[in-house]
Design a protein around this ligand. Sequence first.
Ligand SMILES: NC(=O)c1ccc[n+]([C@@H]2O[C@H](COP(=O)([O-])OP(=O)(O)OC[C@H]3O[C@@H](n4cnc5c(N)ncnc54)[C@H](OP(=O)(O)O)[C@@H]3O)[C@@H](O)[C@H]2O)c1
Length: 268
Amino acid sequence: MKLKGQTIVLTGSSSGIGAEAARLFARRGARLCLVARREEQLRDVQQAIQAEGGSAFIYPCDLSDNDAIAACVAQILADHPRIDALVNNAAHSIRRPIEDALDRLHDFERTAQLNYIGAVAITLKLLPRFLEQGHGHVVNVSSLSTQIPIPLFSAYLASKSALESFTRSLQAELGHKGISTTVVYFPMVRTPMSSRTAIYKYMPMMDVKKAAGWLVEACEKRPARIARPMGKVGSVLLAAVPGPVTRLPQPLFRGMDKLLANRLKKKG
Ligand SMILES: NC(=O)c1ccc[n+]([C@@H]2O[C@H](COP(=O)([O-])OP(=O)(O)OC[C@H]3O[C@@H](n4cnc5c(N)ncnc54)[C@H](OP(=O)(O)O)[C@@H]3O)[C@@H](O)[C@H]2O)c1
């Protein structure tokens, strides 16, 4: 699918993977609708795109606010007669043991509201236009860690799994009406999100440019899934033998966290 002339709504485009992907999409000739809360950062991305001769529009919006989403999408629909794709990339991650979250139900509510409900809300508002056009591609961003269960990210990963499930329903119900979907399962990527956890400083991670390339591939090739081979194998094993696959690697993850913490202590 050629992206030249296509209009793409990209959330979470003020930072990290989204900001990088916005520039890549624009270089392919796509027109970008950039959505995130921070207007100044969105404007920086817009200006970088325009400086290269690309086309981008900004829509500052808090995607954890359903009314704000409705107003934002109404404006996007009014401004653009055709919208070809939606990339639900905005998200918030929380790294916290479940035992430390006993009084923090709001961790689960907040991640669900932004990462799941927010993405669904924007999708539902754009769907009538997609159906009217007879085409529309929805890319939902998830994580390798829903394919290989890791500890400490329960609220975040539950919200991503819910989004994956919604994506499958969307494809199953509306595929015959021209709606296509991709779930992107990123591994750890060096961005402001992953940098918030100090011990990850020396962890090998995917480069943000490569991750942004996955979002472009999702819109160009429109596969059902983009994931590392390790994640694909993880999904099969998880479906076949969920108990051992969930239990057995955990000592390894605890050991890795200790190793990373020691490395941080030594190197600073
Ligand atoms: N980095 C990783 O290791 C990793 C791994 C697996 C999956 N992912 C996924 O990749 C995607 C991009 O993450 P990233 O690493 O690029 O993170 P990031 O640099 O922290 O960017 C997150 C983006 O989401 C936006 N956002 C956050 N809260 C928002 C809200 N309430 N309303 C609107 N926008 C909001 C932020 O913009 P504002 O602050 O301006 O609103 C920002 O543009 C996410 O879906 C994440 O879950 C990342």
